[in-house]
Design a protein around this ligand. Sequence first.
Ligand code: PGA
Length: 254
Amino acid sequence: MRKKIVAGNWKMNKNYNEACNLISSIVDGLRNSVISPEQLVILAPPFPFLEPAVARTEEIEYISVSAQNCHSEEKGAFTGEVSASMIRSVGATHVIIGHSERRNIFNESDEFLAKKVLAAQNAGLIPIFCCGEMLPEREKGIHFQVVEEQLNKGLFHLTQQEIKKIIIAYEPVWAIGTGVTATSAQAQEMHKFIRSLLIKKYKNETAENISILYGGSCNAKNAKELFANADVDGGLIGGASLTAQDFVTIVNSF
Ligand code: PGA
């Protein structure tokens, strides 16, 4: 059975004290929630807050901590970069790879992302691999092709065993931080398409066990409707993950 996941991508927000307060408020807020054994909550704060996030959530089985990025090499002369094994060494278990902001602002190519996915897995991290089309691509009707190509180039080099340790996030770029959410039908249509690609490339059973998250202006109001779709296994939440109450409401939206 695949996991139901809500992951909070804090992006470049919060200072140390604010981060610690947000983690504590989320932990407190979730204390009164009924979290089923197949649910997982992931917090993805900026690098300097990974360690306090791990320390504050260590005893809570259903909370994991993720980085927002990693480099493809394990160590060396890459000033300013952080390796997957460094992230793992502070206790984080996941890493977001291929977010559209990394692809578009930092020009990260599919080939580079493919290397990062392997580096993350080699270090024992579970990649949360992001894909999604830009607005002109959807308007041209080529959104399925775009997502298929991103998966083919960035993810489908993985073996049958490796792909099992992956979370996929579909994030249409036109919905990220814009307040415009994909409709429930648009999300389900793309998620089903992604699962069909997984079925074609890997075993049926493998594809059925991979969680596919929706991201892009998912919030406390629309999460329930989005999560009700058969192939939407949760969300990757940006803006709404910065407020404990909203984030907790989203976690409780299954
Ligand atoms: P948003 O961001 O929820 O603020 O749209 C989602 C994301 O970029 O992961």
